[in-house]
Design a protein around this ligand. Structure first.
Ligand code: NAP
Ligand code: MG
Length: 508
């Protein structure tokens, strides 16, 4: 059985985090109870900075998903949830946000230990965004409204109105790159709209979701409303996607698994599907941009979260006449990034999440070199770190349109820098991908900026900025980056269904 390694490696770890990891994390949340997997099996989650085991968590599978779905169905149909008023739901979500904030340091450390991200970043990015997410949807709980429709039936007086009702039992499958934040994106809106949930965190990063489950019970959200089943994608995840009594599945992860989710939904009960998948986002810098701002922006676009972002700016297009100015600045910035364990507060970039992800990213580095692209910085693991899944920030130049590193999502700190001549050429090149999650344009010319924003086939376009997120701003993909919009008012569409009611008002 895994022994927690962090005790010796990180003496500063919060005492609550220690207690949680060494004991309570062995149970998952079903029907308001903390239970083991029906099979009794567990799996190990690792600290990617040390490659050592961190904790054991239940390896939930089909039987556990069944139990969780029964609990969610009961809570939806006959339990306390339908009797909870929208105002009470809103207050519970607000209270949950307050509690997460109060335990913010614990959550930041859990994310760092499990995922590898710098704790300094988790504190200022992940956790505040999580808190905001629940506060934002706490406000929506009392505003999920229908409409009255002015219908025209000759000779009859009719009242026609719509109700926005919950979709029902929803399955939510989330990835490892922002473990707690992805849980928050999915749970806040689902609960505000009155659904019940079976959530499966990624096998690499199950801990923060389990800790969140403790706070969910603490704020009085009734048993069965939120069930958290830890387990592997091929078993627990697949059981959610094909379950006959789940009404909707929301998935964030790879495009490859997105295809499987849709197939499973189609083969089972035609459950509704929303998908937030991969990306290969174009980040376009024109010569008339503020180049200081754009160079830092280009670095943040690719290196934030070690490039493990679905919207990472992994294709950097730079106007030809400033290419030789901008690329060296990006290289200089890349070489200043301090790699190390995320628990070290001075670390800028931690390890990749897992051995599998390390293999994947380094295989892309090899492919790039073999195909003839030029590594101008990075290209390997950093020499000074012999343990942990570290990859140096990497810039490729001399990249050709059909190279693997330019076409496929790498999901690591690796960017391809490509020169371009004019707006039409870069628009075509930017859109030359099966993905369409995000894009960015850097220029001081507002006409050019907005023309590009219109032409780019992406769910989000940033102008003179990158990686801007807000609970109120919708986010999601074009093309094979998925469909459905999370966050903002738009997400209510995913978690409600419209019922039309006709009332015959009679003759009088
Ligand atoms: P993934 O396999 O798509 O995993 C995402 C989630 O889906 C995890 O909870 C995973 O569970 C689950 N899953 C896996 N196979 C499943 C199946 N057959 N049925 C139902 N659920 C299943 O992604 P990954 O392996 O973690 O990463 C691979 C690539 O995915 C990355 O390199 C990147 O391209 C992409 N990715 C995208 C995002 C994003 O935010 N859009 C996030 C992470 C990864 P387990 O983890 O337990 O297997
Ligand atoms: Mg996986």
């Amino acid at each position: 059985m895994a022994q927690p390694s962090m005790q010796s490696a990180y003496p500063e770890v919060h005492s609550e985090v220690r207690k949680f990891i060494s004991g309570r994390s062995r149970r998952m949340l079903i029907d308001g109870k903390w239970v083991e997997a029906a099979s009794g099996k567990t799996f190990t989650t690792y600290d990617p900075a040390t490659e050592e085991p961190l904790a054991e968590v239940p390896a939930g599978d089909k039987e556990d998903v069944d139990r969780a779905v029964r609990a969610a169905r009961k809570a939806l149909e006959s339990g306390a949830w339908p009797r909870t008023t929208p105002s009470e739901r809103g207050r519970m979500l607000w209270k949950l946000a307050d509690l997460i904030e109060a335990h913010g340091e614990e959550f930041a450390q859990l994310e760092t230990l499990d995922n590898g991200k710098p704790v300094a970043i988790a504190r200022v990015a992940d956790i505040p965004l999580v808190v905001d997410q629940f506060r934002y949807y706490a406000g929506w709980a009392t505003k999920v409204e229908g409409e009255t429709i002015p219908v025209s039936i000759p000779g009859q007086r009719m009242l026609c109105y719509t109700r926005r009702e919950p979709v029902g039992v929803v399955g939510q499958i989330i990835p490892w790159n922002f473990p707690l934040l992805m849980a928050a994106w999915k749970l806040g809106v689902a609960l505000a709209c009155g659904n019940t949930v079976v959530l499966k965190p990624a096998e690499q990063t199950p801990l923060s979701a389990l800790r969140l489950g403790e706070l969910i019970t603490e704020v009085g959200i009734p048993p069965g409303v939120v069930n958290i089943v830890t387990g592997l994608g091929e078993t627990a995840g697949a059981a959610i996607a094909s379950h006959p009594d789940i009404d909707k599945v929301a998935f964030t992860g790879s495009t490859e698994v997105g295809h499987l989710i849709m197939q499973a939904a189609g083969k089972s009960n035609l459950k509704r599907v929303s998908l937030e998948l991969g990306g290969k986002s174009p980040n376009i810098i024109f010569a008339d941009a503020d180049l200081d701002q754009a160079a830092v922006g280009a670095a943040n676009a690719i290196y934030f979260n070690h490039g493990q972002c679905c919207c990472a700016g992994s294709r950097l297009f730079v106007e030809q006449n400033v290419y030789d100015k901008l690329v060296p600045r990006l290289v200089e910035y890349s070489e200043k990034i301090k790699l190390g364990p995320g628990m070290d507060p001075s670390t800028d970039m931690g390890p990749l999440v897992s051995s599998e992800q390390y293999q994947r990213v380094t295989s892309f580095l090899k492919a790039g070199k073999n195909e003839g692209a030029k590594v101008v910085t990075g290209g390997d693991r950093p020499k000074q770190l012999d343990k942990g899944y570290f990859v140096a920030p990497t810039v490729f130049t001399d990249v050709k349109p059909d190279m693997k590193i330019l076409r496929e999502e790498i999901f690591g700190p690796v960017v391809c820098a490509i020169p371009f001549k004019d707006p039409n050429e870069v628009l075509a090149a930017g859109n030359d991908t099966e993905y369409g999650l995000a894009a960015a344009v850097w220029t001081k010319d507002i006409q050019k900026a907005h023309r590009l924003a219109e032409g780019l086939k992406a769910g989000t376009v940033w102008i003179n900025c990158y990686n801007m997120f807000d609970a109120a701003a919708p986010f999601g993909g074009y093309k094979q980056s998925g469909f459905g919009r999370e966050m903002g008012k738009a997400a209510l569409e995913l978690y409600t269904q419209i019922k039309t009611v006709w009332v015959n008002l009679g003759e009088a």
